[in-house]
Write a protein that binds this ligand. Structure first.
Ligand SMILES: [Zn+2]
Ligand SMILES: [Zn+2]
Length: 269
């Protein structure tokens, strides 16, 4: 197991959540490594969206996994004396049938595992999984098509899936665990401050603490949307909890590997 605590204490220049050509990232793995070295990063982890049991434009296919591991090994051999590189995946949780605790992931030589919820079952067809993580304009269309425009039930479904994911385990870091708040907040202004929403957030947070997970502070949306995941209003709660907090940029572009990090650090100290 990687000593994340040592890395956090030793350097602010790390990133354990990133995407590349193997999923929906916009550049080759090598471009991210070169940028990380140029910026003085000490540690950099790759976390492509994992294979899932249906086609998705954002997730890597099972067939591509061998190539991903080979490319990681090539880069580690080439740049390993300049930066610590790590092999990982951001594993989607879909339900008892698919997630980080699935035996498939035990067959892969992953250094650590991130887990997240991007899909919830459609209200019109339970076998259909809908990506609720994308841009708001798409989310709004899906709300009508798959979820009867019932935002509270969508949020409840997201947190119910998150808690099942936490209890199923098989991973080290929980990614952006209140991400639904962003699209839900666009759909209904102020929803994140409603008492039922705050209750769901705190239930998920307690489950995270009970299972001793590392909490990601995700800075991907800071520049464009001026927000972090989890919501900044919970930073004090997280600081006081004693949980290990890992600041990740979830970068899809080499230029953004450090985006929002300094702002997050400032708010966390
Ligand atoms: Zn994600
Ligand atoms: Zn990601």
């Amino acid at each position: 197991m990687i000593d994340f605590k040592r890395i956090i204490q030793g350097s602010n220049l790390y990133n354990f959540h990133s995407h590349t050509q193997f999923c929906d990232g916009r550049a080759a793995m090598e471009d991210f490594v070169k940028k990380a070295i140029e910026m003085g990063f000490t540690d950099y982890g790759f976390s492509p969206h994992s294979p899932i049991p249906f086609d998705s434009p954002c997730n890597m296919s099972k067939e591509a996994v061998c190539d991903y591991i080979a490319e990681y090994q090539r880069l580690k051999d080439l740049y390993g004396d300049k930066i610590n590189l790590y092999l990982s995946m951001e594993i989607d949780y879909l339900g008892p049938q698919w997630g980080a605790s699935n035996v498939y992931f035990d067959t892969l030589p992953l250094d650590y595992r991130i887990s997240s919820v991007h899909f919830i079952p459609s209200f019109t067809d339970n076998d259909l999984y809908i990506d609720i993580d994308g841009r708001y304009v798409t989310f709004k269309q899906k709300m009508e098509k798959y979820f009867h425009n019932d935002i509270q039930s969508v949020v409840e479904s997201f947190y119910a899936q998150s808690i099942k994911m936490i209890e199923a385990g098989g991973f080290d870091i929980i990614a952006h665990f209140d991400k639904i708040g962003h699209n839900a907040g666009h759909f209904k202004d102020g929803i994140e401050n409603e008492s039922w929403y705050e209750r769901l957030f705190k239930q998920a947070f307690e489950a995270i603490m009970d299972n001793h997970l590392i909490i990601e502070i995700n800075t991907k949306a800071y520049v464009e949307h001026n927000r972090f995941f989890p919501n900044v209003k919970y930073f004090d709660l997280m600081k006081q909890s004693g949980a290990l907090l890992l600041i990740n940029s979830d970068a899809h572009y080499p230029d953004l590997i450090n985006s929002g990090r300094n702002e997050a650090i400032r708010l966390l100290v």
